[in-house]
Ligand binder design. Structure first.
Ligand code: KMH
Ligand code: ZN
Length: 270
């Protein structure tokens, strides 16, 4: 499975002019990622000026735009939003009607570069999980460090987090686990055998970690949220170019690319 993380909350057009802000740009980038092989779109949304927002209304119009262009793609709104947002602000996209098939569930508090702290206390994680359970939403468990896996497993044992568990390992955030294949292997070996995982990494580590994940039997997340370069010094023209590179790597390594419906089967979505 390839997830296209097309937008994020931190990256801007100053980093790469092709980072999408408007509804039309978000739709275009989702379509290019999907046409290249992404079965899941990890979605943050922006105001037209680039300000990150968790507005339910903005998610609604962006999701409609994406569905118009790629009717069967799995859309996975972020409930992480941007550092500093309140819990209820972050949760807005899960209350859409119909609810999204998936959403992210961030599994711990961490430093997030500079002076930023991304806050996800144990009670916050329980609250988010219970709200998503109520609405039948499959969570992707976002783990930026090993302790976050331990937290997810603890809340799974307590019955808050349901099976089947799907993890996304984000390596290389300043404040989280470093982006090495040794660390990815450690994370992979720390989750139950019957769970699934995707991996991504920030900046120049993106493709080496994705390659390691593909070799280890994992899935891949790629996109402007994590990295804006196609190769050293070469800005990607679109998320489609980034996804296409992952498809080439996967093909070389003998892994097939999942369609959205195949991804639904892998994830246990109805
Ligand atoms: N923007 C980060 C603070 C998620 O999407 O759930 C959080 C984030 C994780 O991107
Ligand atoms: Zn995100």
């Amino acid at each position: 499975m390839i997830t296209g993380a097309i937008c994020g909350a931190e990256v801007t057009k100053e980093h790469n002019p092709n980072v999408p802000y408007t509804v039309e740009e978000i739709g275009r980038e989702a379509e290019l990622a999907y046409n290249a092989g992404a079965s899941i779109i990890h979605l943050h949304v922006r105001e037209d000026d680039g300000t990150p927002t968790q507005s339910k209304e903005r998610f609604k119009v962006c999701i409609e735009e994406i569905k118009e262009r790629c009717p069967d793609v799995i859309i996975q709104p972020s409930t992480g939003g941007a550092v500093g947002m309140t819990n209820d602000e972050r949760l807005q996209p899960i209350y859409l009607d119909p609810p999204p098939e998936m959403a992210t569930l961030d599994c711990g508090t961490m430093n997030f570069g500079g002076d930023e702290i991304f806050i996800n206390t144990e009670n916050t994680i329980i609250y988010f999980a219970e709200e998503m359970n109520k609405h039948g939403i499959k969570y992707e468990l976002e783990c930026f460090d090993k302790g976050m896996i331990d937290m997810a497993l603890r809340l799974h044992d307590k019955g808050y987090i349901k099976d089947p568990m799907h993890f996304n390992f984000v390596l290389g955030v300043i404040g989280g686990i470093s982006a090495t294949s040794r660390d990815l292997e450690f994370l992979k070996n720390s989750i139950p055998k019957d769970s699934t995982f995707t991996a991504c990494a920030i900046g120049r580590h993106e493709f080496s970690i994705i390659t390691s994940s593909i070799i280890m039997g994992g899935h891949a997340r790629v996109g402007f949220e994590d990295n804006v370069y196609l190769s050293k010094g070469v800005l990607a023209k679109s998320n489609g170019e980034l996804v296409a590179k992952v498809v080439r790597i996967a093909n070389e390594l003998g892994r097939e690319i999942a369609s959205p419906d195949e991804a639904r089967k892998i994830l246990g979505l109805k």
